[in-house]
Design a protein around this ligand. Sequence first.
Ligand SMILES: Cc1cc2nc3c(=O)[nH]c(=O)nc-3n(C[C@H](O)[C@H](O)[C@H](O)COP(=O)(O)OP(=O)(O)OC[C@H]3O[C@@H](n4cnc5c(N)ncnc54)[C@H](O)[C@@H]3O)c2cc1C
Length: 455
Amino acid sequence: MGGTLDFKVRKTYYSTIVAASIRIFNVETRVMATKKVVVLGGGYAGISAAKTLEKKFKNRPDIEIQMIERNTYHTLLTELHEVAGGRVSPASVRIGLNRLFKTDKVQIIQDKIDNIDFNDQLLYSANGSYPYDYLVIATGSRPFFFGLQGIETLGFKLWSYKEAVVVRDHIYDCFHNASTVTNREKRKKMLSFVVAGGGFTGVEMAGELGEWKNKLCKQFSIDREEVSIYLLEALPNILNIFDPDLANKCKKRLEKLGVQVLTQCGIERVDKDGIYLNTKKKIEGTLIWTAGIQGNPYLENMDIKYDRRFRVEVNEFMQSVQHENVFCAGDTISYLYNEKPLPQIVETAVQSGESVAENIGRLLGEKKMKPFVPNYHGVMVSVGSVYAVAKLKSIKLTGLMATGLKHMVNVHYLFGIGGLPLIFDYLNHEFTDRFVTPRLDVIHNDPLHKNVTQF
Ligand SMILES: Cc1cc2nc3c(=O)[nH]c(=O)nc-3n(C[C@H](O)[C@H](O)[C@H](O)COP(=O)(O)OP(=O)(O)OC[C@H]3O[C@@H](n4cnc5c(N)ncnc54)[C@H](O)[C@@H]3O)c2cc1C
C-alpha cells in the first residue's frame, strides 16, 4: 500500500517536472524564434509600412509588429491648411490610430522616442525602452529656417495638428481684436499676414486665408481693404514643381482672392518690430513660415548616418547604409533616385512604407530584397475651397475638376487605411460640417454670438 502511494506521488512529481520543462522549452523556443518589427511613426509612411506588415504576417505568431507614435492619432498633414484657414474642424485631419488596423496584429504604443541604441537594438523614451529586431524609421520632417534670425521663435509653423489649430486661433483673434481697436496703425498690423514660401503649403495656406478673410471681415464688420495678405517666394516663380502655365493660374487665383504674390523676395530677419525683406521693405504683422523642410532633428547625435538636414542616408532598399536591420520610409529618407532626391510627398511616403515592409518580409524569408522604385501619378494644389490645379502625367486640370480630383484622391487614401467609416467622416467634415467658428471660449463670452455650433 505504502509502496503504491510512494509510486503515485513520485509519478505526479515527475510528470509535473516534465510538464514544467515542456512549458519552459515552449516559451523559450517561442521567445528565441519570435522576431519583432518596430515601426517608429504613425504618419503616411508608418501606417503604410505597418498595414503591409499586418497583411503579410497576420498568420505568423512568430512575428511581432509594434507601431510607436507620439500621438494617439494619424494626422492628415496635406489638409492642415484647411484647419489653419478655418474651413474645416480640426477633427477632420486627425484619425484615431485604433481605427486603422483590422486585427490586433499591430500593437500600437503611444510614446515619444528620444533616443535609439542601434547596437543593442533598443528605442528609448522617457517611459522606458523597446527592443526591436527590425526597425522602420518613419518620423517625418520638420520646418527648416535656413539659420534666419527670429523666424523659429516669432513665426508660426504649419507642420502638425497642434500648429494648425494655433495658426487658426491666432488669425481669428487678429480679426476679433482688430474689430475692437480704433487706432489705424494698430489695426493694420493686426490685419497683415505674410505667408513665406511659394511651394504647395504656402500657396494652399495663402489661398485659404484669402477666402477666410472675406468671411471674417463680414463677421467682424472690417473693411476688406484693411487686410493685407502676402505670399513670399525667393525664386522667380511660385510652385516650381508645376509647369509655368499651371503655376501662373494659381498665381492669378491667389491675386483674385486678394493675396499679393511677391517673387524674388526673401526674408532677411524677423524681430518683434517686423519682418525685414531683402527688398528693404519691412512688414509688421503675422508670419506663417512654410518655406523650408528638414528631417526630424531628434536624430541629431544618434549613431546613424544622416545628411546635413537630418535625413537618413539609405541604399536602394531604403535600408540604412550603416545598420542592416534599420529601414527608413517617407520624409526621413535621404536618397538620390535617377540623380534627384526623392520628393518629400505623400506618394513617396506610402510607396516607400510598402516597399520596406516587403523587404523586411523578404529578409525574414531569407529571400533577396527588391530596390524601391517610386511610381508618381501627379501633383495637385488647391487655392481655396473650390479651385485647384492638377497635373497627372500629361493631363492638366484646373478649377472645380481639379478640386473634385483632390477629394477623390483623399477618399481613395482614406478608404485604403480605414474603409468606409473614414470616407463618411471626410464627406461630413468637407461638405456639411463646414465654416466652423474657432475660439468658442471667446465667442461664448461675446453676447452677439449666442447660438454657435459646438465642435
Ligand atoms: C502643411 C503640409 C501640406 C502638405 N501638402 C502636401 C500635398 O498636398 N501633397 C503631398 O504629396 N504632400 C504634401 N505634404 C507633404 C507630406 O505631408 C509629407 O511628405 C508626408 O506627411 C510624409 O509622411 P511621413 O510618414 O514621412 O511623415 P509624417 O506624415 O510627418 O509622419 C511622421 C509621424 O512620426 C511621428 N513622430 C515623429 N517623431 C516621433 C518620435 N520621436 N516618436 C514617436 N513618433 C514620432 C509624428 O507624430 C508623425 O505622426 C504636405 C506637408 C505639410 C506639412
